[in-house]
Design a protein around this ligand. Structure first.
Ligand SMILES: [Cu+2]
Length: 219
């Protein structure tokens, strides 16, 4: 699967950047052929970065504006409990039920609070992407989304993330896309004749054996 090759390429790249070593053709070949082993250096790198942050924040003491007591943890979607996932889904739907703040003159398509964030991302893509703003802009964007979920929809957790490398071989089976009521939805039905599609999906796991949540209940 192409996704796993990209994952392992990134894993190898990150690992080599971290160690300061040059990336050889051999490393890339190894990474593209060995998905599992390529994850280990990335896990190690993440653990080192987290420990470095904890060490740094520990030194600051309780009176610092940003200190260890104020750190929040964002977890992988699959590591949330079922109750936590359901709370996230509920809060997301709450945002979709709340009216947009974006004026129609800015985007008539923004109908709800979820759309506000979609529109903001679409409209600022060409300045937020392809530039040095990329990481800072997205961190602020996700923080704003997380804050809106909590402040406006009573979400109790923090923004989860998706470690797609964990599920690259079968994303349709992952907790985030398995179609259960505590997921973000399923794979949808395969559309064999979709002439205007830019991306033509291969038949297979996108077959009609997978349905969106609620589809079977409604049938
Ligand atoms: Cu973006």
């Amino acid at each position: 699967m192409r996704a796993s090759v990209i994952t392992t390429y990134l894993a190898a790249t990150l690992a080599n950047v971290a160690s300061g070593a040059a990336i050889s053709k051999h490393d890339l070949l190894d990474a593209s052929n060995d998905h599992e082993s390529a994850k280990e250096p990335v896990k190690k790198l993440i653990a080192e970065i987290q420990q470095g942050l904890i060490d740094e924040l520990s030194k600051r003491g309780p009176d610092a504006a940003c200190n260890l007591d104020k750190v929040v943890y964002r977890r992988e979607y699959g590591d949330l409990t079922r109750e936590e996932r359901l709370d996230y889904v509920r809060a997301m739907q709450c945002m979709m039920d709340a009216p947009a703040k974006t004026p129609a003159s800015v985007s008539p398509g923004a109908k709800n609070r979820f759309d506000d964030f979609v529109v903001t991302h679409i409209q600022q893509t060409f300045t937020a992407h392809y530039s040095g703003n990329f990481q800072a802009w997205h961190r602020w964007f996700m923080h704003s989304w997380e804050k809106a979920l909590r402040d406006e929809c009573g979400y109790k957790g923090y923004q989860p993330y998706w470690d797609w490398s964990k599920y690259a071989e079968a994303p349709q089976d992952s907790p985030i896309f398995n179609g259960e009521d505590d997921s973000m939805g399923g794979n949808g039905e395969y559309l064999p004749d979709f002439p205007n599609s830019v991306i033509v999906l291969p038949e297979g796991v996108t077959g009609d054996d997978i349905e969106l949540p609620g589809a079977s209940a409604a049938a």
